[in-house]
Design a protein around this ligand. Structure first.
Ligand code: CP
Length: 300
């Protein structure tokens, strides 16, 4: 694994090793190998969880962070992403963790035949992929159920603007889960039919093992659509209300990549409810990212 840009490009065996490594870091059964590698975290889109949890994962592994802010970098003077990355590589940065609004921003870069290109980690590309989020979601599900085969997973909400939905739908199907989708019809991408079934939130709700809620991505929605958006209507049609929560079986879990729009995708008081794994997902994110960075070191 020279780069970590799309979980769905990796063999199942590699993904299962990453999940097991993350859980082994969490329970203390895997040695935390220290390294003095240099890493830069470049976030061209806003982030709280992904950015800070990569920083914690890097710190846990002994890595040193080169501080660079895209807002004050020479990308603002027109320097290309490729030249910025090769500059970092030339001064000794081994890995760049990068989030950008452009889908597949990494595709041309990983093809460049240059020794100066650092190893790249995709921290989110447009509405394409969010592979480290997807891995932490898999870690959370596997920690809970010890398997993926046969689990009924429903992904609910703003499917078309969500990189989390696309990353997770494909890999969960490959790992043997039965995936279904619910949410506004206008926000359902037709190509999701290849990963699961489009239905209503309430369909067979009591049979589900995992309900994965998605944030309404206002920053990716047209102004006119945002102006027409009613949080209250959305909540009752597509949100996790108390009634829906109580219909879920006791063993079911509720997930959300966060940030959460409380009272929209999920009733405020349910974010910390017993079936919610939302904060556990964030904790697992550190271990998942340690597993990713360690795998990049081993393959280098
Ligand atoms: N889940 C997620 O990617 O959160 P951030 O945007 O805060 O990183």
């Amino acid at each position: 694994m020279r780069h970590f840009v799309n979980l769905n490009d990796l063999p199942t065996e590699t993904i299962m090793t990453l999940i097991e490594d993350a859980l082994a870091y969490k329970n203390g059964s895997k040695d935390v190998k220290q390294s003095n590698r240099l890493v830069a975290n470049l976030f061209f889109e806003n982030s709280t969880r992904t950015h800070s949890s990569f920083q914690v994962a890097e710190t846990n592994l002994g890595w040193h962070q080169v501080m660079i802010d895209p807002q004050t970098s020479s990308t603002q003077k027109g320097e290309s992403l490729s030249d910025t990355l090769k500059t970092l590589g030339a001064i000794g940065v081994s890995v760049v963790v990068l989030r950008h609004k452009i889908n597949d921003w990494y595709a041309p870069l990983i093809k460049e035949a240059t020794p100066y290109m650092p190893q790249l980690v995709n921290a989110g590309d447009g509405n394409g992929q969010h592979p480290s989020q997807s891995l932490l979601d898999l870690v959370t599900i596997y920690e809970e159920f010890g398997k993926f085969e046969g689990l009924k997973v429903r992904i609910v909400g703003d499917l078309s603007h969500s990189r989390v939905a696309r990353s997770n739908a494909e890999i969960l199907q490959r790992l043997g889960a039965t995936v279904s989708f619910a949410g506004p019809e206008d926000w359902y991408p037709a190509d999701f039919d290849q990963f699961g079934t489009y239905t209503t939130f309430d369909d067979d709700l009591a049979d589900l093992d995992v309900v994965m809620l998605l944030r309404v991505q206002h920053e990716r929605i047209a102004t006119v659509e945002n102006a027409d958006f009613s949080p209250i209507t959305y909540h009752f049609e597509y949100g996790l209300t108390e009634e829906r929560y109580n219909t879920l079986k006791d063993s079911a879990i509720v997930m959300h990549p966060a940030p959460v729009n409380r009272g929209v995708e999920i009733a405020d008081q349910l974010v910390e409810a017993s079936k919610s794994r939302i904060f556990q997902q964030m904790t697992n994110g550190v271990y998942a990212r340690m597993a990713i960075l360690n795998a990049l070191t081993e393959e280098n």
